[in-house]
Design a protein around this ligand. Sequence first.
Ligand SMILES: Cc1ncc(COP(=O)(O)O)c(C=O)c1O
Length: 362
Amino acid sequence: MPDSVMPALQQTLFSGYIGEGPRVAQFERALADWLAVPDVVTVNSGTSALHLALHLAGVGPGDEVISSPQTCVATHTPVVALGGRMVWADIDPWTGNISAADVAAKCSERTKAIIAVHWGGYPCDLAELAAIAHTRGIALIEDAAHALGSRYQGLRIGAHGDFVCFSFQAIKLLTTVDGGALVCKSREMDARARRLRWFGLDRHYMANDECRWDQDLDEAGYKFHMNDVAATIGLEQLNYLDANLARHQANAAHFDAALHGFRHIRPLLRSPDRSSAHWLYTVRVKQRQAFFEHMRDAGIACSRVHVRNDRYRAFGINADESALSGVARFDAEQISIPCGWWIGDAERRQIVQALQQFEAVL
Ligand SMILES: Cc1ncc(COP(=O)(O)O)c(C=O)c1O
């Protein structure tokens, strides 16, 4: 958290207005400009953004939602909360992202939405997924919790899917402590999302008197809105986003070069039509436990970050894991090394040295 957040925060905290107000509107404008999209609906978490997107896509009891098990549980808890059912699609084991071919094979009459999680920030095959979704009248929801600043075919993630969900949780590239944002492709959905995030009411409604509650509530919503305190932090964080993003990407490029020719520690695929924000730098290592211990002993924290969701009872356990061979390969070998903006040149040297030592010993 930059020191420079304090004066702005102090001003908001003692302004007499800390709920959803002018700072939220200002943060939404600045974020929309940064993403180069018409508008952004901020909320109190990435999970809330996903919940709103699924609600707006019409997911209800008995409906199927196709997604990759390789993600945070937050991608799927809202599906279950709305009464939907998970249908698991396989992933490309060299990106961690959902396979469009398997999505096409898993679509049914009951499919209401496809969720595309951009693993570590690396964009999914959005053109193929959009074609599948739109020929069948299904919504494409992007879980872009890792992908703030990623690009696909020249445009920042946010500009593609029907619904794009971002997270500003504590350890994300931009944090509001907790928070999130939803970008809706359609203006009508954007307007509905604004009402649904505040119970289903129009927050700007003013009749002839002071009471904005005196309006009809025709669709019950949620209490998902962002507040001015979080938005003040977000506005300040935006000033550092370009530099932080550049450092994530520079660190990743440095590791890509350092790992060139390695046989035991293998980076993921990169395609020229897209770039990752590199919230994560994931590698595949067959001897993952030994790698984890080696890195830990060198003082470097590594993590799997997320584990496959089709082993959780709440989502309906996948009885045939072998049918998802890409997930099996990725899940067995994937691990992420530190690559964030806080990794300076000295830390980078330390990490590369540890990687070289591991490769040399095997
Ligand atoms: C892939 C993914 N989706 C969704 C979320 C949920 O975001 P939040 O923690 O802001 O609710 C996360 C959070 O960490 C995530 O990693």
